[in-house]
Design a protein around this ligand. Structure first.
Ligand SMILES: [Zn+2]
Length: 535
């Protein structure tokens, strides 16, 4: 006996065998059980989702010798004849090959005659949208007043191409693409029944590649079995499909998350040795990013059992949700534009480098070596503080009474860290030989810890002598301090940069092609020395 391809061998013979499409099956079963079957049905949906399969089962349900029901017997002459494709009253037409009006006329000539063997004459017209306009017109007359013994079952991948006059005379069912899990489950059943030893990863990979179609999944399964000599190993399936090991793709994301361009390029080079189908790799990348997003929103458990679950969880912790969304967008737009790239590999590499380039301000994520880095606020302030006057504000050992320029003194003292922040937020009220009187706004009181106050006093005494006292007064509102001035300058710079970026033609193009928005709050000067404010 010749080998029967799995898709045909396992084609569902009853409504109960059909995977998914419950909404359609229930409606049909109700119609059959209550004897209210419409005279024309339109099954719409992408390829391989079960349009003609369901139509054939419906033809069987209408013609089963045991009576019209949602559960045809499958054993009578009518049922077996339909299963074997030799039932005289089921007329199957592929509209794609018979588009001419004469074909349609010829087909419809026999509509008036009663069925030869069954209860109903069933016309199953596949890809019905391919009929010509005049064919539709010829067809319409019959569709308007069909004989009681005729049922039309139309199938199409493109219902929008059907004339409204035809659509309005049909009961339309939209068949859905099947979820990956359902396809995988179906393949597991079939493998178990066929005694095929399949690695779970291999089936999951095939199910994803099938793009919502059980038929495609089973065709791929056939190919994979031929390729693997009867067994089904994940690695074989991966190379058959031109997809990669999930770990390899996760490795790329891992390098992107770490902001490590060198490792990323190394991994791309290693991956290129397998000559992968880059479109599929971008698909895989998008799929993984979707899983990361799920882990971020639904919790790590949501991806716990998956292949590479631990890395997914780690990525969920290391990437920000907005980053994941952006990377996903980059993956799918790059996939779309891959054919425009000089070479697929270059297009792929650009996609990953683009992900690397679009990273949030490191302030909000973990700063990574080599990533664009914003100067710490303290450092920025230091750079923006007015330069010390040429005359030293107070020479070592000089008198505290001579201090007039507090910011210059702070710079001159070389304070850093938290101590510097405290000093920058203070305002000098009065300086005498005995005492330096400073003010600090109450909202900044947290800066003045006891330890920092002691250290500030210590540093000032080193300069002006052990006798000098430091009085730090908390007030509701201090005058403009160094910190305030720096913050104001920085705000102004940020405003200018946003304006500049918003008008930048390259940025505009990015915004347009990715349907993006500039995250205003993420725009920050990365180098205080080169910002527009210092031009
Ligand atoms: Zn039957």
């Amino acid at each position: 006996m010749s080998y029967l391809v799995l898709a045909r061998k396992w084609r569902p013979k009853t409504f109960a065998d059909v995977v998914g499409q419950e909404h359609v099956l229930r409606a049909l079963a109700n119609a059959l059980e209550s004897d209210r079957v419409h005279h024309a049905y339109l099954f719409a949906g992408t390829r391989g989702v079960g349009k003609t399969t369901i139509a054939r089962i419906l033809a069987k349900a209408l013609n089963c010798e045991a009576g019209v029901s949602a559960e045809p017997c499958g054993r009578c002459d009518s049922c077996t004849a339909i299963d074997e494709g030799r039932f005289v009253d089921l007329i199957e037409v592929d509209a794609a090959s018979r588009t001419k009006v004469d074909d349609t006329r010829e087909l419809l000539e026999n509509v008036q005659y009663t069925p030869a063997a069954g209860r109903y004459k069933v016309y199953l017209i596949d890809e019905v949208h391919m009929l010509s306009r005049s064919s539709f017109n010829a067809f319409l007359k019959t569709l308007e007043e069909p004989p009681a013994h005729v049922k039309f079952l139309l199938a199409t991948t493109d219902p929008q191409k059907l004339p409204v006059t035809v659509l309005s005379r049909c009961l339309q069912f939209n068949l859905k693409r099947l979820p990956v899990a359902l396809i995988e489950q179906r393949m597991q059943q079939i493998c178990a029944a066929e005694g095929i030893d399949a690695e779970p990863g291999a089936l999951a990979r095939l199910a994803r590649a099938a793009d919502g179609s059980v038929r495609d999944a089973l065709s791929l399964l056939d190919q994979a079995l031929a390729f693997g000599g009867g067994g089904l190993r994940d690695a074989d399936v991966a190379s058959l499909l031109g997809t990669l090991d999930r770990g390899q793709v996760l490795g790329l994301l891992d390098a992107v998350a770490a902001g490590d361009a060198n490792v990323l390029l190394e991994r791309i080079a290693a991956l290129d040795e397998d000559v992968p189908d880059y479109e599929r790799v971008l698909d895989d990348l998008a799929t993984l990013l979707q899983r990361v997003a799920v882990a971020q929103l639904a919790g790590a458990e949501a991806v716990a059992g998956e292949d590479g679950g631990e890395i997914l969880q780690s990525l969920a912790g290391r990437l920000q949700p907005a980053q994941v969304q952006l990377y996903y967008q980059v993956a799918i737009t790059s996939r779309r534009d891959l054919s425009l790239a000089p070479e697929p590999r270059l297009g792929f590499e650009m996609a990953l480098l683009r992900m690397l380039a679009f990273r949030p301000a490191p302030d909000d994520a973990m700063p990574k070596a080599g990533a664009p880095r914003r100067l710490s606020q303290a450092a920025a302030r230091r750079q923006q503080s007015p330069p010390a006057t040429t005359a030293s504000p107070a020479a070592p050992g000089g008198s505290a009474a001579g201090v007039a320029d507090w910011p210059a003194l702070v710079t001159d003292l070389g304070l850093s860290g938290a101590l510097r922040t405290l000093a920058d937020n203070c305002e000098l009220v009065e300086a005498t030989d005995e005492q330096l009187h400073l003010r600090l706004a109450r909202r900044n009181a947290h800066l003045a810890t006891r330890r920092l106050k002691e250290r500030l006093t210590e540093r000032l005494r080193e300069r002006f002598g052990a006798g000098v006292k430091v009085r730090l007064e908390l007030v509701e509102e201090a005058g403009e301090t160094v910190a305030d001035r720096a913050a104001r300058a920085e705000r102004e710079r940020e405003r200018q940069m946003r304006e500049q970026l918003g008008n930048d033609p390259e940025v505009r193009e990015l915004v347009d092609s990715f349907d993006a928005e500039l995250a205003q709050e993420s725009i920050r000067p990365i180098d205080a020395g080169r910002g527009p404010a210092s031009d």
